[in-house]
Design a protein around this ligand. Sequence first.
Ligand code: FES
Ligand code: FES
Length: 170
Amino acid sequence: MTKQRVELNVNGEIHEIQVEPRKLLAYALRDECGLTGTHVGCDSSSCGCCVVVLDGETPVKSCTMFAVQAEGHDITTVEGLAQGGQLHPLQQGFWDQHGLQCGYCTPGMLMTSYAMLKEYPEPTEEDVRKFLSGNLCRCTGYNNIVKAVLQAAKALGAEKSEPETTAADD
Ligand code: FES
Ligand code: FES
């Protein structure tokens, strides 16, 4: 099948790739962009391992989208969470609360939670469970995952309410 040139903007970096029109975004990210943090668990929209965030706020199962459809969107993958060597509060939450066992579902859990916290910065436990209902953990560590997301929500809220440093403070 003829390949098509596609430009993907992933984590702020442009990747120029050649893909068949039928290539799924999940595989384009992994095989063509070398971003293997996005996992493929089921390939059929059931597990949520492959979730990435489009345009900073929309969680998408990347096994349900063709790579060519993602052109023109900003894509955030799990590799884009940590900044300047600092874990994102969600990653820190998963670390502190032991929110992973084998880790296979973790990228999808993180990215779905990332999108949720944009929309609901102060989620209840019920909100978190509802939002993550499309993400399956075969190790069944759901309780710690929920605790991790709640910890991150608190940390992000605290970051926002910190007074900004002014020149006078230096
Ligand atoms: S791999 Fe996409 S939902 Fe399972
Ligand atoms: S930690 Fe193993 S699948 Fe979730």
